[in-house]
Design a binder for this molecule. Sequence first.
Ligand SMILES: [Fe+2]
Ligand SMILES: [Fe+2]
Length: 271
Amino acid sequence: MLYRILHVSDLHTGPPFDPAVARGLVRQAPEFQADLVVISGDFVQRADFSAQWRAAVQLRDALPIPQLVVPGNHDVPLFNLHLRLLNPLGRYRRYMSRELNPCFERPGLVVVGAVTAQGLTTDGGWLSRQQIANLRRMLAPYGPEVCKMVVWHHPVFNPPGLHRNRVMRGSHEAIRLLDECGVDLLLCGHIHLTHVGSTRDILHDLRRGTIICQSGTTTSRRGYGQEHGRNSCNLIELEAQTITIHRLLFDPATDRFEPNGTHVFPRPLGA
Ligand SMILES: [Fe+2]
Ligand SMILES: [Fe+2]
């Protein structure tokens, strides 16, 4: 085993947050012995309320380190127009992380995050030209032997059964960017519904494609579709020849996240 990554998302520490699930996550998380914990945005339900940020900090601090975090659309204030207009990510930067282009690097692995919750977003997201250039620059030094992962809050694919378009603006361009940069795995959230697949399922002419690893909400009661009222996260195992994604679903009967399906992909993808 090269590396193990715990991927949680959409903690939403405000109503309808489920503290019992959060306590279960905190208890169980060390058992995964993860080399990295990724939190793919939406820390709070309403970024206007400091109490929700303090609860999010408490939960984040109770999870193992190192961590790589990115903000989601709920991490931008909605009611406080002063903050919303002049400093939309100010609270995220104050409470969660000052770093908006996080990078985690180990021999054979690089993980980079970027903000897709831009400007005055209420739901949607996108990448700026500057961020696209940044991603190319950050990943350019790494050869094909290095596993490359990208973390965005907004996804590039609407899972089956989703009736509203929830993908980021310019999703096809984003998918091609990932392919050009040789990104093996995209971790994202936002929809509150787990999905594991490949970008080749969306655009068939890609060189290699990128594995999509989308987490549902890990601690909010606002799961979507078949995860309505359910909570999920993912455990990723990176090995020399394979990337394995274990989907985990919280079971109130055991008070634990239990296995809910496994996906094994060859490395490099499309080989
Ligand atoms: Fe969310
Ligand atoms: Fe979101």
